[in-house]
Design a protein around this ligand. Structure first.
Ligand code: NDP
Ligand code: ZN
Length: 178
């Protein structure tokens, strides 16, 4: 039987929760990691993104990068398109962290519109987290992250006006934390 959109979305949430089960955010309370992908999908829904496969890919967006999940597994469970979107927002783990960040900035504008939506929502979520539940970072590291996230979000602009506005708001008000 064909699964409903709601059932597929919950299937993705359940899959991501299991994959991220032992991971925590970098904040002082060690928030369960799954709160973040759920928040990214929620931000997209609030911005009126109704494409269920984009919302599914948002919930799954850190599974390949941060867990043992493979592309084959995502394709088999959620289909080619969802897997392709997750791959589009996944860093090449063979590169060092600085190079991965540089490539996120230079490649952002070349991504598909759906991948840009996920990327910009991811940066909005992380900038909000940085303010509301910050890791124990020095000022200069916070500043470097904000600048990086702003540049990636800049490359993702132009697909959804609400997301553009929220990213701009986070980038400008992030001077508050400095
Ligand atoms: P960062 O240290 O840049 O950490 C940011 C990432 O952590 C976010 O993109 C997010 O990724 C995740 N995250 C988890 N919890 C939070 C939270 N509460 N708030 C915001 N983001 C959170 O990334 P890496 O650890 O991958 O890489 C280390 C990098 O940091 C290197 O590039 C290095 O150059 C740099 N660095 C800079 C220092 C400095 O002082 N400037 C010092 C040390 C390292 P996700 O969406 O994937 O969860
Ligand atoms: Zn993320």
């Amino acid at each position: 039987a064909k699964m409903s959109d709601t059932a597929r979305l919950l299937e993705a949430a359940s899959f991501a929760a299991e994959k991220h089960r032992d991971q925590r955010r970098k904040d002082a309370r060690a928030t369960p990691y799954i709160n973040h992908p759920i928040e990214v999908a929620r931000i997209l829904a609030e911005a009126n993104v109704g494409d269920v496969e984009v919302l599914m890919a948002a919930i799954l967006h850190d599974t390949i990068e941060d867990t043992e999940t493979t592309a084959e597994e995502l394709t088999k469970t959620f289909g080619e398109r969802v897997c392709g979107l997750v791959l589009e927002v996944t860093d090449d783990k063979g590169l060092d962290k600085l190079e991965r960040k540089r490539l996120q900035v230079v490649n952002a504008a070349t991504k598909s519109d759906c991948a840009k939506l996920i990327k910009i929502a991811d940066k909005i979520a992380n900038l909000r987290d940085l303010k509301a539940s910050p890791p124990d970072w020095c000022e200069q590291r916070v500043g470097a992250y904000v600048q990086f996230a702003e540049m990636v979000a800049g490359g993702c602009r132009g697909t959804n006006v609400l997301l553009d506005a929220w990213a701009m708001k986070e980038a400008s008000s992030s001077f508050d934390v400095l």
